[in-house]
Design a protein around this ligand. Structure first.
Ligand code: GLN
Ligand code: ZN
Length: 764
């Protein structure tokens, strides 16, 4: 009854549009500049273009339901009827966007990073009383829409176990999203307790899809590549046992990605699902024999990088899997959501680099090519032997293999570097002469439209370098004057010269290239253009020094030099895969260290090196986490330890998940750590209050347009003073001020300064 799985497929595709059409349509809809019909038409066209393009490239298995107005986890919550009462509205789109972005007086659902990617998903809220009900409108509509174009598709959904593992216990049943023990509520409830109810909704959905004539459904279970408890594995067995035994259902592909299934593989193998998707780029084919009798959907083309696949190697992997498991289909390692659309458009890149690139389009072509080769080759083909009559384009390797090895290890282990904090603290107090509870900011000030337009005009050659630079200088003058007027203690230059905290450095370092159209969805309508780290990283000349020097020349107060840390620069780039990540991070750390040294030499007394992505790269498997954190911290310390004891090093982290890596943050050994705390204050302070160095828990939530009053800031500081001694407490916002308006920033900072002054008096 079941048709066999198509020979080639992808697990998902970008949806924002090659020219960010969805971003524009969404933002225009949100601002009331266009109506629902316009938004729906843009969405429909994007889906049509994607399906037609995939079919034209020769892909056999087309996915559907990979489109989303905001996020696929949020879509799944809607599908299951898991919509918290406070968001419900007559207009379904209003309900949807209220959960994603908040509404009048209602905060949005929490957002957090999707595994170890820079994509953010919306965290559903599930409680003991959540009433589930099927709303299959979206997947059904997409199946019908594709069918109207003459195309059959495979609906893609988040699987029940991953959905519940990513959800949080609804507030009211727990002490809120920031409950100290994660998704558990005091009475021990976890969303996974609702598995049976949720699986029943999936069962009904599968029934409806079967009635619609859908042949295959894909259920994504990436949560299974992390360490799972026996109870969680039992949940997998129960869920897929139940769904697999349904009488009327499509065939099931359970897709895993971002790593190996490990213990979950034999569990899935024991359930009646027809196909299992494996990430054979990050993971291995270990244990694949257990899948004999099922189809292995072999993810051999990476969905996480932008490099052309080594087709020889991929083919060998496919052959090995086929020999051991039987039926094999060719696929991407994960959804292509994490890569840009089309490398062919990057005509501004060095052709030798462009040659090596594969974005989504090129990756689909690779999948198709591999499927053709796999079908053509007899089963007896020995992996590794060149294929008859066909020379495969191997990936040209960049030069670095030949470059002399530099002694990374010794340096990583001897990052003892700086004098003990007690010594530094005295030297810095003398050097900086700061008041108690010093007030500072995280770096950026509002980026005005005027500045952005000037940068675009510079890139387009419409204005000259000199005109642009004088604009930047004028902006720095204003930012310094503003901070002096408001009475801040450690000033910043405002970062007006930077488009982005990573891309700016990428543009000034050798070994990086930047794309023109390489947008990747970060969350909702937001996209980033990750730079391409393709060669050896070198700093040809100082990057930020002249701006820092200029800013310092305008004031007698200390101005912080502002840099992005090595882990974050690498995390938010597409990185060459011919070197261990650690080596690449240390190359970047070398460059940052040189910049830190030059800033110090230029008279900059405080240097901040941001590392907001430290948490993001933590491996999904616990066994690998300590090693990562060790080298990540060593790279940071290498970058920051070249300065004398009286130069003060700051670091900044955000995204409110800092509590998972506290020991590592402590080990960064920065003199001052500023940290986002708007969403998890109590918990965070309890933990980081013990840091023996300077600490600035954010007192102004910059993610909201709301301006906090001085009384509110004072309360937050008073609370912080219960755990952090006054001598070590810093006063600062949660994060950079780039996305706020000057009006909001001025008012908020005035209140922050006022609150600090009141407390200072009390402590004097
Ligand atoms: N220095 C950066 C800024 O202020 C930090 C941004 C961040 O942490 N994401 O914009
Ligand atoms: Zn931040």
């Amino acid at each position: 009854m079941t048709s066999s799985f198509p020979a080639s497929t992808v697990l998902g595709y970008p949806r924002i549009g090659p020219d960010r059409e969805l971003k524009r349509a969404l933002e225009s809809y949100w601002e009331g500049r266009s109506g629902r019909a316009d938004l729906e038409e843009t969405a429909r066209r994007l889906r049509e273009d994607t399906w037609r393009r995939l079919a034209a490239l020769g892909l056999e298995g087309l996915p559907s339901n990979t489109f989303s107005y905001y996020d696929q986890v949020l879509d799944t919550a809607v599908l299951l009827g898991a919509v918290p009462g406070r968001y419900r509205h007559d207009d379904d789109l209003a309900t949807y966007f209220a959960m994603a972005r908040g509404a009048e007086g209602i905060a949005p659902l929490r957002m957090t990073k999707w595994f170890d990617t820079n994509y953010h998903y919306i965290v559903p809220e599930i409680g003991p009383d959540t009433v589930f009900s099927l709303d299959a409108a979206k997947p059904l509509a997409e199946v019908r829409e594709a069918r109207a174009l003459g195309l059959e598709t495979r609906p893609v959904l988040i699987g029940p176990v991953t959905f519940l593992l990513l959800s949080q216990a609804a507030p009211g049943n727990a002490d809120g999203p920031d409950s100290p023990d994660g998704p558990h509520s005091p009475d021990g409830f976890t969303p996974l307790d609702r598995l049976d109810d949720v699986v029943e909704v999936y069962a009904r959905l599968l029934g409806e899809l079967a009635a619609e004539g859908v042949g295959w459904v894909q259920l994504d279970e990436p949560a299974l590549v992390a360490d799972r408890t026996p109870a969680e594995l039992a949940a997998v067995e129960a869920a897929y046992g139940r769904l697999g035994r349904l009488e009327h259902r499509p065939a099931l592909l359970v897709a895993s990605y971002f790593g190996d299934l490990g213990d979950a593989l034999p569990v899935l193998a024991g359930t009646p699902v027809e196909a299992v998707g494996l990430d054979l780029v990050r993971g291995t084919a270990q244990g694949v024999d257990a899948l004999a009798g099922k189809t292995v959907v072999a993810g051999v083309v990476s969905g996480r990088d932008v490099w052309r696949a080594d087709l020889d190697r991929a083919l060998a992997t496919l052959h090995a899997a086929r020999e051991r498991a039987g039926r094999v289909a060719v696929s991407t390692s994960c959804s292509l959501l994490h890569v840009p659309y089309d490398a062919e458009r990057e005509t501004g890149l060095d052709p030798a680099l462009r040659e090596r690139l594969a974005f989504a389009e090129q990756k689909v072509a690779e999948v198709v090519e591999l499927a053709t080769l796999l079908t053509a080759a007899p089963d007896s083909h020995l992996p590794g032997r060149p294929l008859p009559g066909r020379s495969l384009p191997g990936r040209p390797l960049p030069g670095p293999a030949a470059a002399p090895e530099r002694p990374r290890t010794s340096r990583a282990c001897t990052a003892e570097g700086r004098a003990p904090y007690a010594v530094r603290a005295v030297a810095q107090a003398e050097h900086l002469k700061l008041p108690l509870l010093p007030v500072t900011t995280i770096g950026s000030f509002p980026q005005t439209g005027e500045l952005r337009r000037a940068r675009a005009a510079l890139a387009a050659g419409e204005i000259g370098e000199a005109a642009y630079e004088s604009m930047v200088r004028a902006e720095i003058e204003q930012v310094i004057a503003l901070q002096e007027r408001l009475g801040l203690d450690v000033l910043v230059h405002g970062e007006p010269e930077r488009n982005d905290m990573v891309q700016y450095f990428a543009e000034h370092l050798d070994g990086f290239a930047v794309t023109r159209h390489g947008w990747v969805q970060s969350y909702g309508s937001r996209c980033t253009r990750p730079p391409l780290l393709h060669g050896d990283v070198r700093r040809p000349e100082p990057i930020t020094v002249r701006w820092a020097r200029y800013a310092q020349s305008l004031t007698s107060k200390p101005v912080k030099g502002m840099l992005t840390g090595p882990v974050t620069i690498v995390a938010w780039s597409f990185v060459r895969d011919d070197l261990p990540l650690r080596e690449v991070v240390f190359q970047v750390a070398d460059a940052v260290r040189e910049e830190v040294g030059d800033l110090e030499e230029a008279g900059v007394r405080v240097i901040q090196v941001d590392e907001p992505a430290l948490r993001e790269l933590v491996p999904l498997r616990r066994a690998e986490q300590a090693a990562y954190l060790e080298w990540a911290v060593a790279a940071y310390r290498w970058a920051t330890s070249g300065v004398s004891e009286h130069t003060q090093i700051h670091t900044h982290l955000c995204y409110s998940d800092a509590d998972e890596i506290l020991a590592a943050i402590d080990a960064l050994d920065a003199d001052v750590t500023s940290i986002e705390s708007a969403r998890s204050r109590g918990r965070l302070l309890g933990a980081v209050g013990a840091f023996p160095r300077g600490l600035g828990p954010g007192v102004y939530d910059i993610h909201s347009p709301r301006v906090p009053g001085a009384g509110e800031v004072e309360r937050l500081l008073t609370e912080a003073l219960r755990t952090v001694p006054a001598e070590r407490l810093w006063v600062n916002p949660d994060c950079g001020l780039k996305t706020r308006s000057y009006e909001q920033v001025e008012a908020a900072l005035a209140h922050v300064v006022e609150a600090a002054a009141r407390l200072r008096e009390r402590h004097a």
